[in-house]
Write a protein that binds this ligand. Structure first.
Ligand code: AMP
Length: 441
């Protein structure tokens, strides 16, 4: 129960109004420590309820402030505009019975209007690092009274090249008392470096063991012969699966546009979201999807980051994501807050090794599914007998000369196993053997 937390009654009222009854595991673990003012490093996936896990303690700190709207007291940094907008909504929902005001600063919005909003001084400022820095450099943003900073989806901010911007913004808040960093993955050296620089003896809460990945989501693969075949499978899934809303992931903008075009031509209510789309289109796509005007979103990874849309219960990986972590992010879009979901990855010959390396990374075996109406010929790599032994023994027997030495010296004729291990535990190694892929965003 949320009443177990030492939260202000106005916040508990909002929690009740929002019909949150039981805290999620990340909320149960993070809220008490955050209320004590501890620095936190939390590894938790999108959909786990992590927003409330930092928003409630952050608001609790500000709710009793005597003077409101004279200084910015809390700063929340996020990697994308959509995620920032969603977080603003979450802050507004939880602060509805308080006098706390929140503001939003992201790219793609009017710079002057943002400056005017900053002059009114929100208590909580939420934004993406690039535009926040622009406002700072223009002299419109003053952060010296910030008490708490939250870095949400910190791993993604690093992936997107925001490391320096994030550090700079943290340095602009010299009087902060608390820093909380959330990431969906444990990240690599870059994240460790940032943690060392911005957090003070943090408590590390790991709520994201890969075995907990989207528990309510069935994960399947369907083999395909080529992209056109994949498109047929997509059509079949969209026509035959029961779903409220679906998201189709591609690795490139070009492929996203292509699939979107085919869907629209077939009268599906769909939207496409990728880095070429301007802010207006992106907002419209998300709104339509949320309100149910569109049922299908075709998206690249960066564009769909952090998307929280109710009823998103079918994820189709048209292209396999390029790492295990990216897979976790994509699948995190479904099965949120205990709902059921289905994730289907379409696997051509060229996707197989990546898919099996992601299985190893997640320590899971995806369900193999065959749809007879759209069955192709590719079914995965052929089983190769154990290399040297089987091939060598056969050769030896048929060697007319019967010369054991010749047979022993002969180079092994068996090809390497098509699904030979490629990935290390971090799920990133497959990239080494793959051709560089076109940029997604
Ligand atoms: P998040 O991981 O913060 O994006 O949250 C995912 C979704 O779960 C959001 O729509 C939240 O409003 C919802 N949610 C978060 N915590 C709870 C809770 N304790 N009870 C019910 N819904 C929740």
């Amino acid at each position: 129960m949320f009443s177990q937390f030492a939260l202000h009654e106005r916040l508990l009222k909002a929690v009740a109004e929002l019909k949150f009854v039981e805290p999620t595991p990340v909320q149960a673990a993070a809220i008490p420590l955050a209320l004590q003012g501890r620095d936190l490093r939390v590894t938790a996936q999108t959909g786990s309820g992590k927003t409330a896990a930092f928003v409630l303690p952050m608001l609790n700190r500000l709710v009793d402030l005597k003077q409101k709207r004279v200084e910015i007291r809390a700063l929340v940094l996020l990697p994308t505009r959509e995620l920032a907008q969603q977080t603003l909504k979450e802050v507004e929902r939880f602060s509805q019975f308080t006098f706390i005001k929140a503001g939003l600063i992201t790219g793609g919005e009017d710079f002057k209007e943002q400056a005017a909003m900053l002059r009114k001084v929100p208590d909580v400022l939420i934004g993406t690092p690039g535009r926040l820095l622009e406002q700072l450099n223009a002299g419109n943003l003053h952060l010296e009274h910030v008490q708490v900073i939250v870095l949400d989806e910190a791993d993604r901010m690093l992936d997107m090249g925001f490391a320096e911007d994030v550090e700079r913004l943290c340095n602009e808040c010299p009087n902060r008392e608390q820093t909380m960093l959330f990431s969906a993955t444990t990240g690599g050296a870059g994240l460790r470096d940032m943690i060392g620089k911005v957090l003070k003896t943090p408590e590390h809460l790991m709520l994201n063991s890969v075995s907990q990945l989207a528990e309510g989501t069935r994960q399947q693969i369907i083999t395909a012969d080529h992209n056109q075949h994949k498109e047929q499978i997509v059509q079949w899934l969209l026509q035959n699966e029961t779903y409220d809303k679906a998201i189709i992931f591609t690795n490139t903008r070009v492929m996203a546009d292509r699939i979107y075009g085919h869907l629209v031509a077939k009268d599906y209510k769909a939207f496409v979201l990728h880095g070429d789309k301007d802010q207006k289109d992106r907002k419209l796509a998300i709104e339509r999807l949320k309100q149910g005007g569109a049922k299908i979103l075709v998206a690249t990874d960066v564009a769909a980051r952090g998307l929280d849309v109710d009823g998103l219960d079918l994820v189709i990986n048209f292209d396999m994501p390029r790492s295990g972590d990216e897979y976790v992010h994509r699948i995190g879009r479904t099965g949120r807050a205990g709902n059921e979901g289905l994730a289907v990855s379409l696997i051509c010959h060229g996707d197989w090794n990546l898919m099996s390396s992601i299985e190893r990374y997640l320590k899971q075996t995806f369900e193999r599914r065959v749809i007879k109406e759209v069955k192709g010929t590719y079914t995965g790599p052929k089983k190769v007998k154990a290399s040297g032994k089987a091939a060598g023994v056969k050769k030896k027997k048929t060697d007319k000369k019967g010369d054991k030495k010749v047979a022993a010296k002969r180079k092994p004729t068996a090809k390497p196993k098509p699904n030979a291990p490629l990935a290390s535990a971090d799920g990133l190694a497959p990239l080494k053997r793959r051709k560089p892929a076109p940029a997604a965003e």
